[in-house]
Design a protein around this ligand. Structure first.
Ligand SMILES: [Zn+2]
Ligand SMILES: [Zn+2]
Length: 377
């Protein structure tokens, strides 16, 4: 029983509400139904809308599709076994069984790596150059790889922020220590998500303009071509924290600073594996250092290090079943550990996250490295 003044003070959790309307007597409240929360989170990640710049009831056409972030025809089929690939599974039933640990699970390729962020018409028209023609590394194709990874990331970040806010009630019925632990953790995660989202909402306008005007000279890239097909398909964006030598690149938690972002795609095309990095010139400073250290990796190590990198940073990866099953127990567990660093957003990233990979898991020879910078180093 606090005094009236105390009850009317702003709540300690930072919600902006008065204490009496927020955390007062929260330990005595009925616990939150976490299955209902999980269901709302699932809905946030499967909400349907079109991300095209010109999206409206007049310009959109067809249903909102399950847009593939990895080209389905050429890439996913090239690594599928009986129509299935391994992906990291974050569905609640699996996580309950594995004690919260992400593990790769076989999924059908129709649902693999999709998101519901484009109508059928805009999905077709926007990515035509990428879907209908062989990959040549043209500026337009590199831009589209970037744009697709970016749009998916934006879609996920929006859903993530809704979900994190929803979790603020998860401390109902818990003691004060647990309440403060949960609220502190959420505060940091929400601030991070908000920062990333506002950066991306602003950048969306820049990318939409480039797409509409067919002007791609504001983007830079680095592409690796392998001699054979590769077993890991991926598409995503990251805010890199460390380079491939383990040096700090940028402080992603600094709310006052712009955070540089890079998009990465790996796929198979015409019998060869491709791993492509693309970024906007506003993000050059960080991305060029990252790529510079990547470039210095010798040919014999680069496939191994690339593979570790993909597992460390991207939840949207599809894995060839035969390759995964043929790894040794310890190789698999090393890669699973990397996969699970994604699952602990509150834990700081290890500075060695990109170095020291001597797993010998990826013996694919390099054919060519192509730089497409518009600015000098
Ligand atoms: Zn509160
Ligand atoms: Zn549309």
């Amino acid at each position: 029983m606090g005094t009236n003044i105390e009850r009317n003070k702003p709540c300690w959790c930072g919600s902006g509400k008065k204490l009496k309307h927020c955390h007062k007597d929260r330990e005595d409240q009925a616990p939150t139904d976490m299955w209902a929360v999980a269901d709302r989170i699932r809905k946030a990640f499967s909400s349907k809308y079109c991300l095209a710049a010109s999206a409206s009831s007049h310009t959109c056409g067809g249903r909102i599709v399950k847009a593939h972030t990895i080209q389905k025809s050429t890439s996913l089929l090239s690594i599928a076994r009986d129509g299935h690939v391994y992906m990291s599974s974050s569905d609640p039933a699996t996580l309950k069984r594995t004690n919260g640990r992400l593990i790769p699970k076989l999924v059908g390729i129709n649902g693999a790596s999709t998101f519901t962020g484009f109508c059928a018409k805009h999905d077709d028209s926007t990515f035509k150059e990428l879907e209908q023609y062989p990959f040549s590394g043209s500026r337009e194709q590199l831009f589209l790889l970037y744009y697709r990874a970016f749009c998916r990331e934006l879609f996920m970040k929006r859903a993530q922020l809704i979900s994190l806010n929803d979790l603020k009630d998860a401390d109902r019925g818990k003691d004060e220590v647990a309440q403060s632990y949960i609220q502190n953790m959420l505060r940091g995660m929400i601030a991070g998500a908000q920062k990333a989202l506002s950066t991306m909402e602003r950048a969306k306008g820049i990318h939409d303009k480039a797409l509409a005007g067919n002007k791609f000279n504001g983007y830079e890239s680095y592409t690796l071509f392998f001699d054979s097909e590769i077993p890991i398909m991926c598409s995503g964006c990251i805010f890199p924290e460390y380079d491939f030598h383990g040096s700090k690149l940028q402080d992603v938690t600094d709310e006052a600073k712009h955070t540089d972002m890079i998009a990465v795609s790996s796929f198979n095309d015409g019998g060869a594996g491709v791993v492509s990095f693309t970024w906007h010139i506003e993000d050059s400073q960080t991305c060029k250092v990252l790529i510079h250290t990547f470039e210095s990796i010798q040919d014999s190590m680069i496939a191994d290090i690339t593979t570790s990198f993909l597992f460390e940073f991207f939840e949207n990866i599809c894995i060839q079943p035969g390759w995964w099953e043929n790894l040794t127990e310890s190789q698999r567990s090393e890669l699973e550990n990397r996969m699970n660093s994604l699952n602990q957003p509150w834990a700081p990233r290890r500075s060695t996250c990109l170095t020291g990979a001597k797993l010998q898991i990826a013996p694919w020879p390099i054919r060519q490295r192509i730089k497409a910078y518009t600015l000098p180093w």
